[in-house]
Design a protein around this ligand. Structure first.
Ligand code: SF4
Ligand code: SF4
Length: 238
């Protein structure tokens, strides 16, 4: 498939499954047959993912990207052999970096869950077309990625303000909001991709959605306390 279709999630899943190294090959830069130039996206995605690997404690050399034409079979074979040798030298995933297998899986799962958020925050850089390899190193920095993961935003519905108008749940692209008529709505933080749509959707007169940065989100309201009893109306539901 086109290298532009290779997603951060695919690469992280490969490492999560214990693969020692991932090699992404694309057509030569500026020789894409389509206006999309997906190989630039592949390059930027790999540069970002290499920083993410560093963040979880893995050697970023385990992920490589190279560009070549369909006629350069010998070059492809050479690059693959070279990468294979490098991965052998690096040794088994995680163990070589001093990471326990379960710990590594948990760290990879944690960052994989935030992929939609990371892609949203970094969308401009992911779409960049770098002019030269010298610029690659500076596109994403270690500090930037550490900040990105330490300042992840969360969205929380304040139970006392929610009026169960259902506007947020209807527009949530991840199906992360549980709620119904006369039921206080609750965000499932595991499903939430942190797009902020619910914040924009909640009518200002209710202003029930709060954006939190780096704070711990309060635990969800228990199911049996979510019914809204409106004054003057007998709307109590089970
Ligand atoms: S931030 Fe986006 S994904 Fe998360 S609950 Fe709100 S609308 Fe859904
Ligand atoms: S849009 Fe606001 S008031 Fe309406 S259900 Fe969602 S959080 Fe509650």
């Amino acid at each position: 498939m086109c290298s532009g279709r290779v997603d951060l999630k695919h690469v992280l899943r490969a490492f999560s499954n214990g693969i020692d190294g991932v090699f992404v090959a694309g057509c030569r830069l500026n020789e894409c047959n389509y206006t999309t130039h997906g190989n630039y996206h592949a390059l930027n995605m790999v540069l970002l993912c290499r920083r993410i690997l560093e963040y979880v404690g893995l050697n970023p050399e385990r992920l490589s990207v190279e560009f070549m034409s369909a006629g350069e079979g010998i070059l492809f074979a050479e690059l693959m052999s070279e990468f294979g040798r490098k991965v052998k030298e690096l040794g088994p995933l995680g163990r070589s970096e001093g990471l326990d297998g379960n710990e590594l899986k948990a760290r990879l799962a944690g960052v994989a869950r935030l992929v939609p958020y990371v892609k949203m925050v970094e969308r401009e850089k992911l779409a960049a077309r770098l002019a030269s390899p010298e610029e690659y190193d500076g596109l994403f920095t270690t500090e930037e990625i550490e900040r990105l993961f330490s300042e992840v935003v969360s969205y929380y519905i304040e139970p006392s303000r929610c009026q169960a108008c259902m506007a947020c749940a209807r527009r949530c692209p991840a199906g992360a909001i549980a709620g119904a008529r006369n039921r206080i709505h609750v965000i499932d933080q595991e499903k939430c991709i942190r797009c902020g749509t619910c914040l924009a959707a909640c009518p200002p007169r209710f202003a029930a959605v709060t954006k939190m940065v780096g704070d711990r989100v309060p635990p969800p309201l228990p199911e049996d306390q979510r019914t809204i009893v409106r004054k003057g109306k007998d709307q109590e539901a089970g």
